[in-house]
Design a protein around this ligand. Sequence first.
Ligand SMILES: Cc1cc2nc3c(=O)[nH]c(=O)nc-3n(C[C@H](O)[C@H](O)[C@H](O)COP(=O)(O)OP(=O)(O)OC[C@H]3O[C@@H](n4cnc5c(N)ncnc54)[C@H](O)[C@@H]3O)c2cc1C
Length: 121
Amino acid sequence: MRTQVAIIGAGPSGLLLGQLLHKAGIDNIIVERQSGEYVLGRIRAGILEQITTDLLREVGVGERLDAEGTVHHSIELVFAGTRHAIDVHGLTDGKVVTAYGQTELTRDLMQARSAAALPTV
Ligand SMILES: Cc1cc2nc3c(=O)[nH]c(=O)nc-3n(C[C@H](O)[C@H](O)[C@H](O)COP(=O)(O)OP(=O)(O)OC[C@H]3O[C@@H](n4cnc5c(N)ncnc54)[C@H](O)[C@@H]3O)c2cc1C
């Protein structure tokens, strides 16, 4: 097999990079050492910053995120039992964070990759 870019790892970074390269017309293959089920079974992130959600929409993977994600204008950090509200929206020129499971995001990216018939080994 010949390709232009080989990406190691089908986590969200590898999958998103694969979509970006595909949109730019650059052939790529992803090599992942675990099964797709294993990758989807890992429970991880849930909070996405706006730079991430903007990029996901740009590569055409924002539909379910927009339908099912929960937008938050602020977050809370807890130090020594006291809650501190961080006004993300006010402090970042109107940006927000979105709660959307990394598992779901990974599934959306995997489906987009498979719909475009891009190879993952
Ligand atoms: C409990 C937890 C909570 C988190 N919460 C958040 C959050 O709220 N918001 C947020 O933004 N981030 C959060 N994160 C961080 C987020 O999950 C990671 O930043 C993200 O998973 C990184 O994606 P990645 O694709 O770079 O790496 P990974 O998801 O680790 O994927 C790397 C992939 O590469 C594969 N791989 C590794 N080595 C090889 C090899 N040699 N050959 C083939 N395949 C290989 C692995 O099997 C894996 O599938 C959290 C992480 C954890 C653990």
